[in-house]
Design a protein around this ligand. Structure first.
Ligand SMILES: [Zn+2]
Ligand SMILES: [Zn+2]
Length: 415
C-alpha cells in the first residue's frame, strides 16, 4: 500500500463512519458546497444539497480530501457564479500562521521557487514566510514546506483573541453570536452569522477589515508635515474610552509603563528617551489619563504619534484580509478533515479560546498505529502525546501522527 492510499483509506473510513457528524451550516440548502476529491485531485464546485442526508451520501461515495461551503447564501447554489442569486453572506475571518510572522517560521517553514529557470541554478529557496514573488526570477510559484506547531497556534490564538474582543466590545456581538474554530492546520477561523451583517457588500466588509487592522485611523491620516511644529499633542490626541480610542489608550499606558530605552529607540524615538523614562508617572497620569498630551516639556505630538502607531500595530488583529472581503468565499466546513494534516476543523466555545488544546480536539483518527519512515520532523504534540524530533527514522506511531507526517510530506509508510 502506498502512503497516499493509506491516507485515502483513513479518510474513506472517516466519511463512512455511521456516527459521522455532517456539517449543517445555517441556510444549508442555500450554500454552495465544494470538494477537493482525493482520488481525482480536482475541485468539484457549485454543488448544492437539499439536506444533510444527501451531503452525507456524497461524502461517503466521493471521499474528498477537503470540504468547503460558501460563506454566501444563494437562491441557486448550483448555478453559474453570475446566475446564483446572491442573497447574503456570513462575515468570516481567517487567522493563519502562513501570513503572520511567527518566531517559529524561520525554524520549520521552507519555500523553494519552482520556476524552471530558477531551478536550473538550484532553485532559489529560503526559510520563513513565503514571499509573494521570487526575489531572483520574479516567479510566483513555490514549493512550500510548513509545519503547525504550538508557537504558530499561540501566535494565531492571540490574534483571534484581539479580533473576538473587538467583535464583542466594539461591534456589540454577544459571545454566542460568534463562532470560533481551529482551522485544522495552523490557525483559527471566526464566523459571524448574524442577520445584521448578511447583506454587507464587499465595501462594507472592507470597512470591517480596516477597523480590525486599525487602518486609516483619523489621527494617523495627517501627514507629518501638516502637524503643528509646537507640542500641541492635545490637538491630535484626545483619547476617549470607546473603540480604537480605548485600545490606543490602554495600549499606550501599557507600553509607557514597561518601556525601556531600547523599546523607545526601536520605534524611532531618539532624542526624547530620557525625558520619557524620567517622567513616566507624569505621562501616565497627565497625558494618558487626563488627555493633557502637551504637558511634558520636550515631548511633542510627533513622539506620541510614533508611540500610538506602534501600539496600533500591537493591538490590531492580523487577519487574512482577502477572506473577509470576498462575499463568495468558500470556507472549510466544520467537522471535516484538512487534507494537509488529517486533522479536523473543530468548533469550540468562544470562552475556550485561551486554553483549547487544538492538537487534542482536532484528532480524528483515534485508533490503531502505523509504521512510517520519517525524513524530517520537529518535536510535535498530538492527542496529548509528544513525538519526535525525527530524522531519517523508522517509527511506529499512532494513526493520527502517521497521517499528519505523511500529509505534510515528511514521512512514507513502511510496508
Ligand atoms: Zn525564482
Ligand atoms: Zn510554528
Amino acid at each position: 500500500m502506498s502512503s497516499r492510499e493509506f491516507v485515502y483509506e483513513k479518510f474513506r473510513g472517516f466519511y463512512n463512519n455511521p456516527s459521522l457528524a455532517v456539517p449543517t451550516p445555517v441556510g444549508f440548502a442555500q450554500r454552495e458546497f465544494a470538494f477537493l476529491l482525493f482520488r481525482e485531485r480536482v475541485m468539484a464546485r457549485h454543488k448544492g444539497f437539499a439536506n444533510p442526508k444527501t451531503l452525507s451520501a456524497f461524502l461517503k461515495e466521493r471521499i474528498p480530501s477537503d470540504v468547503y461551503y460558501s460563506c454566501a447564501y444563494y437562491e441557486n447554489p448550483e448555478a453559474d457564479m453570475d446566475k446564483k442569486g446572491w442573497s447574503g453572506a456570513d462575515l468570516v475571518f481567517d487567522i493563519d500562521a502562513d501570513h503572520i510572522p511567527t518566531s517559529c517560521n524561520k525554524i520549520h517553514d521552507e519555500w523553494r521557487c519552482t520556476n524552471s529557470e530558477c531551478q536550473f541554478s538550484g532553485g532559489f529557496n529560503g526559510k520563513g514566510i513565503t514571499p509573494e514573488t521570487c526575489p531572483i526570477c520574479g516567479g510566483v510559484k513555490f514549493e512550500v514546506k510548513s509545519w503547525p506547531c504550538d508557537v504558530c497556534i499561540d501566535t494565531t490564538r492571540a490574534e483571534a483573541r484581539k479580533l473576538v474582543d473587538m467583535l464583542e466590545n466594539d461591534f456589540g456581538f454577544a459571545s454566542h453570536e460568534i463562532r470560533t474554530f481551529f482551522s485544522g492546520h495552523r490557525g483559527f477561523h471566526v464566523h459571524v452569522e448574524h442577520e445584521a451583517i448578511r447583506s454587507l457588500d464587499a465595501m462594507g466588509r472592507r470597512e470591517v477589515v480596516d477597523y480590525v487592522m486599525g487602518t486609516g485611523l483619523a489621527m494617523f491620516r495627517k501627514s507629518r508635515k501638516d502637524l503643528p511644529k509646537q507640542k500641541k499633542g492635545a490637538k491630535v490626541f484626545s483619547l476617549n474610552d470607546y473603540g480604537w480610542n480605548r485600545r490606543l489608550k490602554n495600549g499606550m499606558r501599557k507600553f509607557i509603563l514597561n518601556a525601556t530605552k531600547d523599546d523607545l529607540k526601536e520605534i524611532g524615538i531618539k532624542g526624547r528617551t530620557e525625558v520619557i523614562l524620567q517622567n513616566k508617572d507624569r505621562i501616565l497620569k497627565e497625558c494618558v489619563e487626563e488627555n493633557r498630551w502637551s504637558n511634558v516639556k520636550g515631548v511633542g505630538v510627533e513622539t506620541w504619534l510614533k508611540v500610538a502607531e506602534h501600539v496600533r500595530d500591537l493591538e490590531s488583529a492580523q487577519i487574512d484580509t482577502v477572506v473577509t472581503t470576498d462575499i463568495h468565499r468558500l470556507i472549510r466546513a466544520e467537522g471535516t478533515l484538512h487534507g494537509k494534516t488529517g486533522l479536523l476543523k473543530v468548533e469550540f466555545p468562544v470562552s475556550q479560546l485561551d486554553e483549547v488544546d487544538v492538537f487534542k480536539e482536532a484528532v480524528a483518527f483515534k485508533e490503531g498505529s502505523a509504521k512510517v519512515l520519517v525524513s524530517d520532523a520537529p518535536e510535535f504534540r498530538l492527542g496529548g502525546e509528544t513525538f519526535g524530533p525525527f530524522k531519517n527514522k523508522a517509527v511506529e506511531l499512532p494513526t493520527a501522527a502517521a497521517v499528519l507526517l505523511i500529509c505534510k510530506g515528511r514521512a512514507e509508510l513502511v510496508t
